[in-house]
Design a protein around this ligand. Sequence first.
Ligand SMILES: Nc1ncnc2c1ncn2[C@@H]1O[C@H](COP(=O)(O)OP(=O)(O)OP(=O)(O)O)[C@@H](O)[C@H]1O
Length: 249
Amino acid sequence: MLQVEALEKSFDGFMAVNGATLKVERGDVVAVIGPNGAGKTTLFNLITGQLPPTAGAIWFKKENIAGLAPHRVCRKGISRSYQVVNIFNRLTLFENVQVAVLSRRRKTFDLFRPAKTIAVDETRRILDSVGLLDKWAMTSGALSHGDQKVLEIAIALGNRPELLILDEPTAGMSPEETAVTLRLMKRLSGELGLTILFCEHDMGMVFSIATQIMVMQQGRTIIQGPPDEVRNNQQVRDAYLGGADECSA
Ligand SMILES: Nc1ncnc2c1ncn2[C@@H]1O[C@H](COP(=O)(O)OP(=O)(O)OP(=O)(O)O)[C@@H](O)[C@H]1O
């Protein structure tokens, strides 16, 4: 579904991404791991069009999408959430998701129809699928940090993506919130059949959900493979995991 080849991104001569490769098959849950500054977020920004690559190719469903603008990448079927929560704080949960659904349908609010009656079923269905339906009328800024990150996933689902990209979905979460997010991601990939690409520092989370793990260091891909292969790779242990125990979750 997605294949990244020899991807490069230079910031004034500094190679943040330096020949990275990545393969995502339909139905996979792929984790990108690596130390701080390895280039994970930059890689995601390149895939979703927030940054243009310096070199390389990004094949999505057999089309090279490298350098396409974010809204065009989104229309191709790739949605993402961010490391830092990105929602409209003063809107309700319903309104936040409704805006995303309308944007996909290329509709805006019309003067003659009350906003509350537009795209109601789909918006409610999405909120239900992430477990936030009971809070639909709340102001989004009043949600807990964990629920705000889940709302971001709901907003991304408004685009009906085939590939969902999540940048540190559990960053700043309590252990309980992390467990909820983990369950949600399992449901999205299982019941809804979504393909998921995410980066994450919590190794317990990574090793309990990922079907494939890609390890990045200094902008390069060290290895990509199933969790067991990555766990047992000596280069990964030496370069990143720093010992035998950290990835044994
Ligand atoms: N816009 C930019 N201008 C200059 N340097 C940048 C820019 N964005 C990222 N970098 C640098 O590129 C490198 C990779 O950063 P990136 O945020 O992609 O790493 P990361 O693996 O996501 O790190 P973390 O795990 O801490 O989020 C870092 O050294 C960072 O300082």
